[in-house]
Each structure stands twice: as C-alpha cells, then as structure tokens.
Design a protein around this ligand. Sequence first.
Ligand SMILES: O=C(O)C1=C[C@@H](OP(=O)(O)O)[C@@H](O)[C@H](O)C1
Ligand SMILES: C=C(OP(=O)(O)O)C(=O)O
Length: 417
Amino acid sequence: MLLKIQNTNKFLSGNIKITGSKSETNRLLLLQALLKGLTIENLSNSDDGTLMQKALESHSETIDIHHAGTAMRFLTAYFSIQKDRKTILTGSKRMQERPIGILVDALRSLGAQIEYLKNEGYPPLSIQGTTLTKSEVTLNANVSSQYISALMLIGATLPNGLTILLEGKITSVPYINMTLQLLHQVGIAATFQGQSIKIEPAQLKDVKKNITVESDWSSASYYYSLVALMHRYKEEQPTQITISSYKQDSLQGDAVLAEIYTQLGVVSRFEKNKLILEVDRSKELPELLELDLSNSPDIAQTIAVSCLGLGVGCTLTGLHTLKIKETDRLEALHTEITKLGGTIEVTDKSLHLAKMTTPLLQNCTIATYHDHRMAMAFAPLGICVPICIEDAGVVSKSYPYFWEDLKTLGFTQEIIG
Ligand SMILES: O=C(O)C1=C[C@@H](OP(=O)(O)O)[C@@H](O)[C@H](O)C1
Ligand SMILES: C=C(OP(=O)(O)O)C(=O)O
C-alpha cells in the first residue's frame, strides 16, 4: 500500500492511546510461560507481541516469528530449556540475515543443543530442548542486548541460576535494566553490576502477580517529532497532543525522548498517566544536535527526520546496532533523506546530517525496506510537505493503528497504489 499523507491545516490536536511496550510485553509473556499465575494488562497489540504470544501457545514443531527480533532471541533461549521438545525456530528473509551466533554459542556453552539449518550464525535454528547444566557464561555485549536479556529471562530456571559475564562495551543498556526490573517484579533475585549479571535460581511456582505494561515510548517518539515540526509554523496554530498511558519512572530507555526533544522545542508534562506534548516556539533551536544513541537505538530514525524537517543539523553516534535491525537503518536513512533534498553522511556506527537550508522536496516516495520505523519516522514530515510512504502497512510490527491515530490528528491519507 502506497500512502500519500499530508496535514494542510498545520493544526495539531488530539488524544492518542498507545498500547503497551513491545519490549516489556515480550519479556513478560516469556516469564508468564515459565511462571504461571502472572497476569498482564495493556499488552502490546503489535505483530511482534502477537507472534510471541502465539509462539508460546503453539505445540507445532516449526515456529515462524517473522520479523520479531526479541521473539527470535528470547524464544531461542526458551526452547533450549523445553526438555524433550524439538523446535525449529525460523523467521522472515531479513530475520535469516540478523546474526544470532553470540547467543547460540552462549547457550551451547551452557549445554544447549542448537543446530543451524541454513547459514552458520543465523536463523533458522533447530533446537532440541534439554536441561542446561552449567551456570556461568561469557559473551560479547556490544552487538545486541537482546542476547543478554534472553539469557537473563531463563537464568532462574537453571539448577544453579546463571552468572553472565559481559565482554566489551555494553550496548542498549536500558533494555538489560528493563529485563532486570521485570525479573525483580516477578520475584526473581538478580543483580547487574559492572560487567556481570547474576540471576539466582528460583522455584518457579505460582507468582499470583498482575503487571500493567506501560505504553510504548518508541511509538510515542513519532508524536514528539510531529510536535517539534510545528515549531516551523506561526504562533496561532494550536498544538497539543496527549498520549497515554505513561509513567514518570519508566522501565523503557526510550523515555529519554522527553529530555532530547526539549532541545527541539517540545515541552512535555505528565497529568496522572497522560503525557501532554506542546510546542515551545520561544525555544531557539540548535544549529547542530549531537547525541550518542547507543542506549536508545530505536529513536535514531525519528530524531534524524525531525532534524531534517526543522533545518537542524545532527550528529548521531552509537548507532553500530542499526545495521542489523529490520533493515540496515543507516543506509536506508541515507537514501531516503537524500531523496528529500537533505545532505547526510553515514558510517557503520554514526550519521551526520547537514543543516538543511532549502525547502524539503515535495511528493517524494519514501521506501520503507520492511522497517516499521522507516514508515513512522518519515510520516511526521506530512505536516511540512505532501509525502508518500511505500508499503505503509509495515507499521504493524510495532504500532498497527499508527495511520488511524495519525488521521485523528488531521492528516489526510490517500491510498495511491
Ligand atoms: O530488548 C529489547 O526489547 C530490544 C533491544 C534493542 O535491541 P539491541 O539490543 O539489539 O540494540 C532494541 O533495538 C529493540 O527494538 C528491542
Ligand atoms: C529493532 C527493533 O525490533 P527487533 O530487534 O525486536 O526486531 C525495533 O523495534 O526497532
């Protein structure tokens, strides 16, 4: 579906309800499968969450998790400990290009029986469930934190618990802390200090616990971007978006958005569990925004596109994980920002966008490369120029109602192909 979107009113007001964090959802679903008695509210309605839930309920030998990175990594660990069960875990073409060797090596060193069915180091995997007998593992922590979270989630089921020793600079640290906090919430003792994580063994009986998932901050980023772009328009244009349900003490690292976007003229405040976003037109925008996003890689595309639309230059570093996500996000940003008239340079771990001084090119068609965040990151530019988004349905990976929600904010949408 090729979607042409724009917001000619230059008017932005509305209330948006976003469902639970997909990261928290997929951790809690796995813990629920191990613990029983755990109930979860405000689950993510994302494809990734639904696929995870179905995979955990399935009795089939072959399980296809499509594009869901967390499901692939977390379920590799989960099926490794399902004694006497054989599982073939596969995913989309892109998933078969996303490396998993570090996690497989770590699980094998603990006693897991995992074989590669196609390419060494990549899904699909054949997993023969067994009891993992060892209790200490060392792995490289600089490629994906999901490998570490996967081990943490099953750690308490091992007879002697699990000590995870991390080598190198740890990436996406808030996601590891999220896993740690959720383990604590379900009563599993765990610590994370320096380069070492320790999970105590636990009797995984009925926990009788109800957890309400906070809404997804990565999804909230597109509204921060929209409000920031209103900085371009005159004083009289009302701008207020309320999004719910959020917490001031979030487990999600992407909550750092609130702080980052103050630099781009967005003021956000809490009213109970509602987050109210407004534009601060008196804010003088920087010439250049410099950020290290190694702790919040999923908001890199949103921020780069906000800067493009606002005519702010940006240097984003700590982006080494972007090349192995749903697409090579650095290359994808390079191609699509160039189409709009921007000047951008990328390396394998950073990007630099020059301050744009000419208007954005109109009616560009943005390719999305099977990446939900490419579609959603570029959509807010519809407040500046008419823009076409290719394969718009791709948003369902994390935010299936994104286009409907955008419509309620006055965006017109026309399917043109
Ligand atoms: O653990 C998680 O829920 C996630 C961790 C991050 O991945 P990396 O650790 O691979 O950067 C993030 O990009 C992804 O969307 C979700
Ligand atoms: C990278 C992402 O997801 P995953 O790695 O879980 O596929 C994402 O949602 O941006």
